[in-house]
Design a protein around this ligand. Sequence first.
Ligand code: NAD
Length: 253
Amino acid sequence: MAAMYNKIVILTGAGISAESGIKTFRDADGLWENEPVEAVATPEGFERDPERVIAFYDERRAGLKKAEPNAAHHALVKLEEKFGDNFLLITQNVDDLHQRAGSKRIIPMHGELLKIRCLGPQEHIIPCAENQPKECPECGAKMRPHIVWFGEIPFEMERIQKALTKCDLFAYIGTSGVVYPAAGFRQMAKLSGAHVVCLNLEEVGGGYTDEFIQGKAGEVVPKWVALRVNPVNRGSPSTPQHSSPLSQKQRLF
Ligand code: NAD
């Protein structure tokens, strides 16, 4: 019988999108799509050569159009449907595959490839499906990709921390666990009493992890989700602990 949990936080990384054809970067010696990470994913790189950085993200947008969500993205939507407001998906990915699969309770903590932001005082954020325009259509200021680069603070950290300290199950999927602050989430969840699970191709993360499930995300995530969605006895009706209505106070996020 699978253990039952009430409040679930999931963290995903580039590995969950690998089977959709989007390249990870830790696997290739600090290169991301053959570009040094410092050149294309730091504020200094953008200051030195904005055209190179803009061209890099324009290419990533073009590549994203050809990619489709895979079985792991779809499985996490089922988990969200089951747990509702007691589920939160935090992703380090800048692709939109979780959103296209149907994830709604999601924090893209490192930004979104399909958005750009102006460098004017109002920091207008606008959708961008293809090539980035040079100037903000709202105020004329220069624009940048709406991506959190190394050295910048990820989005919605306060909400993330709150969720990590309240969840009773935390799973990190397809992430090398070396980019902070996300690399510290397992520790925060564990020290707050959560059961911590890692699903990845290779064993990563070191301590603060109770369970490691090895395999491709597209294979292991749907199986793992099936156990969470129907924990008592897969295939037969069940009355999971979390099916009882939770009071507003108990709600997680
Ligand atoms: P990472 O590249 O550092 O690590 C990827 C991890 O996924 C590795 O541990 C690898 O073994 C594992 N992996 C590879 N294929 C897998 C599969 N099929 N199934 C399960 N696991 C698999 O990525 P990261 O930890 O997310 O951190 C790096 C940063 O890269 C993030 O900040 C992110 O913003 C950025 N990034 C994002 C994308 C994207 O949006 N898809 C792509 C590349 C990089």
